[in-house]
Design a binder for this molecule. Structure first.
Ligand SMILES: Cc1ncc(COP(=O)(O)O)c(C=O)c1O
Length: 407
């Protein structure tokens, strides 16, 4: 068949996509990121506050370790679960900080926390199963649950409580169809955090009900108000129920390295490894050597980043709260501001929701993510993992646009 006759045949009997793929949409944050890139390529100057990505470089000792691994010939496959030394080092980190019982054998190194989540959801969620989670929540949770045939059951957190995670409403939402409760503290996008007492109550309740607790602790070190907490501290008392996911991306400014981890009960971990052996095999070998160095020597760099984020967090919340029609409390954790902009809706200017306001702000040269992508249309998300200069200029642009809209 010639290429032209191939084209002409389009539309007669088109091969089908899977039903699962039919419901799949691109991640809203990635979509905004792409749209901002397109506008930039067309010559517009865009201040991108949409990406959840530290503006710092990866610590130099980490880069150097990966470079050395390449020169030393670490360019081959490893075991599907990752470098044994790295698995041990991740497990040791939780044993040291939280008294967690996991060893390297109960640890998988994954292609980012995203792949860890994807794999464990595929392993645990059947068609028709429910996954209970707080809302607003990170965009990929719902998509990944639905892709596995599951149903997300969302339980609202309260802006008046700075979106703090509460165990009881989550436990109250459990039915006989619930397979797990998925929590994310500190939370993207709200900044809400859980206390250790709430996590303990959640784990206890889930053990009683025979349900898994899956805790995404990607932002574990970024706590600005209240205490740091982790389900790792409950794992010894609930070895069959607790699964923890973490990431090198945000903590070590290693987003592009694509490295995360998962720890949990042996039967869950062995299935995650089996799935990973068919899906990606091991994460990139020389990158894992860099990650090992991150755990060994990058704490000073991490502490410097944390200090910078803490400064930006107050600066941003104050500046946003002063904008017309905007209400913003400082985030308790993570590196996002999540202001309520709904007072601007319905005024002259035709803004009827978070997508419309983000589209208008993008035209004005600042990229944010609409809150509806996370489950609440009243809000927009702004990442303060950006330089102070970009934050200041981005908020100035918001002020100019909001002045005209809020009237
Ligand atoms: C809550 C949450 N989990 C997981 C991830 C993914 O992290 P990784 O880069 O390790 O895949 C993100 C990234 O934005 C996130 O916000």
């Amino acid at each position: 068949m010639s290429p032209s006759s191939v084209m002409e045949s389009r539309g007669s009997v088109l091969p089908k996509l899977s039903r699962r793929a039919g419901g799949l949409a691109e991640s809203a944050t990635m979509e905004i990121n792409r749209r901002a890139g397109e506008l930039r390529a067309a010559g517009h100057e865009i201040i991108d506050l949409s990406a959840g990505e530290p503006d710092f470089p990866t610590p130099p000792t980490v880069v150097e370790a990966a470079r050395r691994a390449l020169s030393d010939g670490h360019t081959r496959y490893t075991a599907a679960a990752g470098l044994p030394d790295l698995r041990d080092a991740v497990a040791a980190r939780y044993a040291g900080a939280w008294g967690a019982p996991w060893t390297g054998r109960e640890t998988v190194v994954t292609v980012g926390a995203k792949a860890a989540l994807f794999e464990v959801i595929q392993v645990l969620v059947d068609e028709g199963d429910e996954v209970v989670m707080p809302s607003p929540a990170w965009v990929s949770f719902e998509e990944q649950i639905r892709f596995a045939g599951g149903t997300p059951v969302t339980v609202p957190t309260d802006p008046k409580e700075r979106f703090a995670l509460r165990a009881q409403p989550l436990l109250d939402a459990i039915t006989e169809r619930t397979r797990m409760v998925l929590v994310n503290s500190p939370c993207n996008p709200t900044g809400g955090v859980a206390t250790q007492a709430e996590l303990e109550a959640l784990v206890r309740g889930c053990v009683e009900r025979g349900v898994y607790v899956l805790s995404d602790e990607t932002y574990e070190l970024f706590v600005w108000h209240g205490e740091k907490a982790s389900v790792a501290a409950c794992a010894a008392g609930a070895p069959d129920n607790v699964i923890l996911i973490g990431s090198f991306s945000k903590t070590y400014a290693m987003t592009g390295w694509r490295l995360g981890w998962l720890l949990g009960p042996p039967e869950v971990v062995s299935k995650v490894i089996a799935l990973q052996s068919h899906a990606t095999s091991n994460p990139t070998t020389f990158a894992m050597y860099g990650a090992l160095e991150a755990l060994r020597s990058a704490q000073d760099d991490v502490d410097a980043m944390i200090r910078a984020f803490a400064e930006r967090r107050s600066l941003v919340a104050e500046a946003l709260d002063a904008l017309p029609g905007v209400h913003c409390a400082p985030a308790d954790g993570a590196f996002y501001a999540f202001p309520d902009v709904s007072e601007v809706y319905g005024h002259a200017g035709g803004i009827d929701g978070s997508i419309a306001i983000c589209a208008r702000l993008l035209e004005a040269g600042v990229a944010l993510v609409p809150g509806i992508a996370f489950g609440d249309d009243r809000f927009v998300r702004l990442s303060f993992a950006a330089s102070q200069e970009n934050l200041r200029r981005g908020i100035e642009r918001m002020a100019e646009t909001l002045d005209t809209l809020h009237g």
